[in-house]
Unconditional design. Structure first.
Length: 130
């Protein structure tokens, strides 16, 4: 039986960045729910939770080229309704996604084998880990 990881993720950044990170959050088959979202276009927060196989970075094998993704030509409705983003960006690790979308991400994860873990990223840099 596969190991299941339950997680809560908090994202802070521009509205487009927060939505993009949510859209591309997990590479493995997953279930996610938005628990909270709000703010302005420049300062937006999304809290979401869910479950995935193994951990949030499982199956994430692509390497990030250290360049932020240009979100200026993408509108909010496209991000919310387009599964292409999940496909295109989901195979990058959460640290890379925080840099790609220039946002702050806090991840709290729990699985039976590893217990509880916490990771905090901002703009592609690890700020804290437990």
């Amino acid at each position: 039986m596969a190991n299941i990881c339950d997680f809560k993720i908090h994202v802070r950044g521009t509205k487009k960045a927060a939505l993009m990170l949510y859209a591309a959050a997990v590479a493995a088959p997953y279930e996610m729910n938005i628990d909270y979202e709000g703010g302005t276009d420049d300062e937006y927060i999304i809290h979401f939770s869910g479950s995935c196989k193994w951990d949030i970075d499982a199956y994430c094998e692509k390497r990030w080229n250290k360049k932020p993704v240009d979100l200026s030509a993408i509108d909010e409705e496209t991000i919310r309704s387009n599964e292409e983003f999940a496909e295109k960006y989901s195979q990058y690790k959460m640290k890379a996604k925080s840099g790609m979308f220039q946002c702050e991400v806090e991840v709290i994860a729990f699985d039976e084998e590893e217990g509880i873990s916490f990771e905090h990223y901002k703009d592609g840099e690890l700020l804290d880990e437990q």
